[in-house]
Design a protein around this ligand. Structure first.
Ligand code: AMP
Length: 421
């Protein structure tokens, strides 16, 4: 146990970390280009926030939250998603007092007690964006466009945007009744959870993971069929905006998303041909959420992208060609008397902006040169006792293997010129 990480978690090791940095950097860059500012909220929140903000009859709340009582008997939950915390922060910090809309993005870990498998973890990372304060259908299209732009810049292929409208509180009532009537006919076949959900929240049956419930759901009445004229009009406008920028989408009347707070537009972006965990982005409008969490009625829309899945796909599609970051200089002290200078020199050169590695194990020159070679450094500074007594070191150019003696005082200036080359 001591040397095993908890199920569903990952260590991100050197070699992988660079890929994460690349993804995160791109997420930040593109968010800024679209006018989004970063927000960082706590990893844990009061459980109540997710009961309200995600919905009590959702899979996340019913089965997947990491909740516990802290030492002060407060009911705490490790955040399973980023939207409710962002709304909470928006309200708590009165960001609504600024000119609207508010456009925020976040990148960070989420926690769900899911069944771990490739692409599905208990701690995973999401890049998400949220726009608060605009009903405009062009915002829906812009949010989808940002996600598509992110994937395009990564070079991802075989993407599908699935789009639906899940209606609003006005048309949801009618749809709920239709669903209850439909599912009641096969009530005893539904899974235990869905039998309980049937009257409380039948919409959730549509995204239940049980194969039987999925089969029964296939012919259930859709949200689109019962959408009111305003919802239909909004949906038509969103599609028109997407058409103008050439984003292809598939209408998917069964797409309802796993969270309760969605209204109007719901979308998912999938990658074809990668198996079960094909959803890489999910999002939609949530015009009721801000009020639900305790604010004034204000519309909102956003998405979350699963970063682990993006990495898996990038690797599958062989889209990574990252340059490893190698040190510029390796310092090779030979013998006890040279250690102090090696230590000082490494620190001094690093402060000047060089990337410097050194030997820490008192090894032979041969072993040190082998290390330097493995690090693919440009230069090795060899410090021998004899040269040191003359105020000199040996500089080895690893490309040509040429060695020159150089005065310690001139070393820095010399390296500056050569390494910039
Ligand atoms: P959701 O917050 O459920 O809408 O999920 C948004 C995206 O996060 C999904 O499309 C996935 O890419 C990713 N995601 C959700 N749950 C997990 C998980 N357990 N492990 C890894 N990625 C996940």
């Amino acid at each position: 146990m001591l040397t095993t990480r908890p199920r569903g978690t990952n260590d991100i090791l050197p070699g992988q970390v660079e890929k994460w940095q690349y993804l995160e950097e791109l997420a930040r860059k593109i968010s800024e280009q679209y006018g989004f500012k970063e927000i960082r909220t706590p990893i844990f929140e009061h459980t109540e926030l997710f009961l309200r903000g995600v919905g009590e009859a959702t899979d996340i709340v019913e089965k997947e939250m990491y909740s516990f009582f802290d030492r002060g008997e407060r009911n705490i939950t490790l955040r399973p998603e980023g939207t409710a915390p962002t709304v909470r922060a928006f309200l708590e910090n009165k960001l609504y007092a600024n000119p609207q809309p508010t456009k925020l993005f976040y990148i960070g870990p989420m926690f769900r007690y899911d069944r771990p498998q490739a692409g599905r973890y208990r701690q995973f990372n999401q890049f998400g964006i949220e726009v608060f304060g605009s009903h405009h259908p062009s915002v829906d299209a812009e949010v989808i466009a940002l996600a598509c732009d992110f994937f395009a810049r990564l070079g991802l292929r075989d993407l599908e945007v699935h789009l639906n409208t899940v209606g609003c509180p006005d048309c949801r009532g009618k749809h709920k009744e239709e669903l209850i009537a439909y599912f009641q006919k096969r009530e005893h076949e539904l899974c235990e959870t869905c039998q309980k959900r049937l009257h409380k929240n039948p919409l959730r049956i549509l995204d239940c993971k049980s194969p039987v419930c999925q089969e029964i759901s296939k012919n259930a009445p859709t949200t689109k069929d019962s959408a009111c004229p305003e919802c239909q009009a909004h949906f038509a406008d969103v599609k028109e905006y997407l058409d103008t920028i050439g984003i292809k989408y598939t209408e998917d009347p069964r797409l309802v998303r796993g969270l309760d707070y969605y209204t109007h537009t719901a979308f998912e972006i999938l990658v074809k041909g990668i198996g079960a965990q094909s959803a890489i982005c999910g999002g939609g409008r949530y015009n009721g959420l801000i009020e639900e969490v305790g604010g004034q009625p204000l519309p909102g829309i956003g998405f979350a992208i699963g970063m682990e899945r993006i990495l898996l796909i990038l690797e599958q599609q062989k889209l990574f060609s990252l340059q490893e970051s190698n040190p510029d200089i390796y310092i090779a002290p030979l013998g006890n008397k040279t250690q102090a200078l090696a230590f000082e020199l490494a620190i001094k050169l690093r402060k000047k902006g060089f990337k410097v590695e050194k030997d820490y194990l008192d090894r032979s020159l041969k072993a040190q040169l082998k290390s330097a070679d493995r690090f693919q450094v440009k230069f090795v500074v060899i410090i021998g006792e004899e040269e040191l007594s003359k105020g000199q070191v040996i500089l080895r150019d690893m490309k040509t293997s040429a060695q020159t003696e150089i005065s310690i005082n001139n070393l820095e200036a010399y390296l500056e010129g050569r390494i910039e080359e």
